[in-house]
Ligand binder design. Structure first.
Ligand SMILES: NC(=O)c1ccc[n+]([C@@H]2O[C@H](COP(=O)([O-])OP(=O)(O)OC[C@H]3O[C@@H](n4cnc5c(N)ncnc54)[C@H](O)[C@@H]3O)[C@@H](O)[C@H]2O)c1
Length: 402
């Protein structure tokens, strides 16, 4: 194997969104029928970053797409690492799910110890993966980066301080920062249209870590969210849903308790969210949510991808032909990974305002550029994003983690 720490960076730019992954690992569980995958799309400075998801039916192809997306995110946001992803084909609600995650992480230990910085993703909340890392004596899921610090204990304390910083709404900064970025991608679209948030409507598929936080910050900004969906179905209220009240009703899997719904909410099948008559549609749950089979159902003016790989390329082309741009995952939801690395690199701390200000500015700037290119030149937001990803800031030396 190539030494991942070499500066040759074999799998990086140019065109990292088109090249084959650097590495694919396939794991089979000894106790259940779970299988899992690690795909490292590319290494930079010997490191790659990307969360670990668990869902029944997760495939290698999906994890490859997600790892490529992570490489695009790190390059687009000038982060000095490559992209990777872990995925486990197993039901996260199965009582054996935590043990499966533990065995997967144990099997991936050589990578998690030195090269792969992982985090939460669909079906795997941050507190759970951190709990597994602690059990494996790896402290925290950013371990591979933290151990490179000159003072790992101080870095770990900073990371924990940032992740656990309290923010409004009773949330923790680490749990909401990614969704905050998504919300500001949506708000930047409204700015581009010259439309006040109060005159703008949105529908959100998924109200877990990403979708829930996006919904919270959009409603806080005054945007009317008329529909949300979780795995159990779609909830609809044309006058606008009371988002904070609904978020209070979520369980640990991001599902809303139907027995305690406020009055005036219509319940519909979960697939109906796609056809909500809104300005902005935010897929924030599964990958491949928008396909050629349902792309004609979309009535929104813009799709903002909080979920990774939410729109298939064919569906995106069909939407573009109808004049509907897609703000791609590797920009719209990249606040989560960008912030994690700002924290690791000591560029933000446990003061939430600093993190929110930086991400808000960054996101508005990128979305304004993408939507201007779409309106003025007919270039898709993804194409603009790929141009950024093809031209990341060069590494000038080893990554220094303070
Ligand atoms: N958590 C992160 O830090 C992070 C960062 C970037 C991107 N993402 C992406 O965001 C997406 C969601 O991740 P998450 O961490 O919020 O997951 P989560 O497990 O916290 O929440 C998932 C939500 O989606 C709902 N859901 C599941 N299947 C659904 C379906 N078929 N239809 C409608 N709703 C469904 C669940 O009920 C839940 O509300 C994933 O694509 C993930 O890759 C997550």
């Amino acid at each position: 194997m190539l030494n991942p720490g070499t500066s040759a960076d074999p799998a990086v730019t140019p065109a990292n969104h088109r090249c084959e992954p650097y590495l694919r690992l396939h794991w089979t569980d000894s106790h259940t029928d779970a299988v899992g995958y690690l795909v490292v799309h590319n290494l930079r400075g010997g490191l790659a970053t990307g969360g670990t998801r668990m869902r029944a039916g997760c495939t290698l192809r999906e994890v490859e797409d997600l790892a490529r997306g992570m490489a695009n995110k790190t390059a687009t946001f000038d982060l000095p690492i490559g992209g990777a992803k872990g995925g486990i084909d197993f039901d996260p609600k199965d009582p054996r799910a935590v043990e499966v995650l533990e065995r997967f992480c144990e099997a991936m230990r050589p990578w998690l110890d030195t090269h792969w910085v992982t985090a939460e993703d669909l079906g795997v909340p941050q507190h759970l993966i951190d709990q597994v890392f602690e059990k494996l004596d790896l402290d925290q899921s950013y371990h591979a980066a933290i151990r490179r610090s000159a003072d790992p204990a101080a870095t770990l304390a900073r990371v924990r301080g940032g992740l656990n910083a309290a923010v409004d709404g009773g949330f923790l900064l680490g749990d909401v920062i990614g969704g905050f970025g998504v919300a500001h991608a949506c708000l930047a679209a409204a700015v581009q249209w010259g439309q006040a948030p109060a005159d703008t409507t949105a529908a959100i598929q998924g109200v877990g870590t990403m979708g829930g936080a996006a919904a919270y910050y959009l409603s806080e900004a005054g945007m009317k969210i008329t529909a949300v969906a979780d795995a159990a179905g779609t909830l609809y209220c044309p006058a606008g849903l009371d988002i904070p009240a609904l978020l209070e009703l979520r369980d640990g899997y991001g599902e809303i308790d139907r027995s305690r719904l406020p009055a005036g909410i219509e319940q519909m099948p979960r697939g109906d969210i796609v056809s909500a008559d809104v300005d902005i549609f935010v897929p924030a749950a599964i990958s491949y949510a928008i396909t050629p089979d349902n792309s004609f159902d979309i009535r929104a003016r813009v799709v903002v991808e909080a979920a990774n790989a939410a729109t298939t390329p064919e569906a995106e082309a069909m939407l573009a032909a109808r004049g509907i741009p897609v703000l791609p995952d590797f920009v719209a939801n990249a606040g989560a990974v960008a912030w994690a690395w700002w924290l690791l690199l000591g560029e933000v701390d446990d003061v939430p305002g600093t993190s929110f200000d930086r991400l808000r500015t960054t996101m508005h700037n990128k979305v304004a550029q993408m939507l201007s290119a779409w309106t003025d030149e007919g270039i898709t937001p993804r194409e603009i994003g790929h141009r950024w990803a093809d031209d990341p800031a060069p590494l000038t030396g080893p990554v220094v983690i303070p």
